[in-house]
Design a protein around this ligand. Structure first.
Ligand SMILES: C[S@@+](CC[C@H](N)C(=O)[O-])C[C@H]1O[C@@H](n2cnc3c(N)ncnc32)[C@H](O)[C@@H]1O
Length: 248
């Protein structure tokens, strides 16, 4: 089966052949695929959408959320509150835990997810095995096994609370320094990239807080601006020209 991203590679028949061979149909609407940096992502044939970039899932998450988000705000902070819209596979949470340990920062990680992935799908993902030769495998499993709706301190540097809810209904009294906005693309879920949603996020962020996302579409920029954010375009990860960082 050909999946999203293959059109970029049609000149390289061998690669497409190997890429296609390594796909595993997990259920009727999820296919496990290996991206160009060797890390997995999930493809949904019904929506023709991936959870991450096929140019490299770990590469994209590290670039957009860790380098331009986490490292863009951490500076001299000793603790930070992060909100993730779209917990998905737990990859962003794992990379954040690793960075928090490296930078000796305490992270309170708050993530929402409307459609949690089944355990048998999460167990197939290779992030725990391939990052730093498996050093974080146990913590990756702990992130995904952490109970919903309650806080879990998983390491001296990382506490997580996952909520099984939609951003459309979500309310909180918490305030965040950093938002990872990791929804499916605006073409797939236009209702999540609206001025109302960005206003909601603006209202739960601390002054000076930043929001990062992989998307740089005109409509998204306009909606963020109208919601009150100052936005900047930044170079995107490989395979993507630009991404967005918005400041409250
Ligand atoms: C691009 S994927 C996120 C990938 C994820 N951050 C990761 O590291 O694997 C988008 C995620 O948003 C979730 N989602 C979709 N609609 C949502 C909604 N209304 N509220 C919260 N999460 C939603 C999807 O189920 C999916 O897990």
């Amino acid at each position: 089966m050909l999946v999203d991203g293959c059109y970029q590679l049609t000149t390289n028949i061998t690669f497409v052949y190997i890429f296609t061979l390594s796909n595993i149909q997990l259920n009727s609407n999820k296919v496990l695929i290996t991206t160009e940096d060797g890390s997995h992502t999930l493809y949904m044939p019904d929506l023709n959408e991936n959870y991450h970039s096929t140019f490299g899932a770990i590469q994209e998450s590290n670039h957009v959320f860790i380098d331009k988000g986490f490292n863009g705000i951490i500076k001299s902070k000793k603790s930070i509150q992060i909100f993730e819209m779209g917990f998905g596979t737990g990859l962003n949470a794992l990379l954040t835990l690793i960075e928090a340990e490296k930078q000796n920062v305490f992270v309170q990680y708050f993530a929402i997810e409307a459609y949690p992935l089944e355990d048998n799908i999460l167990k197939q993902l290779n992030y725990g095995n391939i990052i730093e030769e498996g050093k974080y495998e146990e913590l990756f499993n702990k992130i995904n096994n952490a109970s919903w709706e309650k806080s879990d301190k998983l390491s001296p540097h990382f506490e997580i609370k996952k909520l099984n809810t939609s951003i459309l209904e979500f309310v909180t009294a918490n305030k965040f320094d950093l938002v990872y906005f990791d929804a499916f693309a605006p073409e797939v879920q236009p209702e999540l990239w609206t001025e109302d949603i960005f206003r909601k996020l603006f209202s739960i962020m601390n002054p000076g807080g930043i929001l990062v996302t992989y998307c740089c579409k005109g409509i998204v920029k306009r909606n963020m601006k109208t919601a009150g954010f100052n936005i900047e375009k930044l170079p995107g990860p490989p395979g993507k020209r630009e991404m967005l960082r918005a400041q409250r």
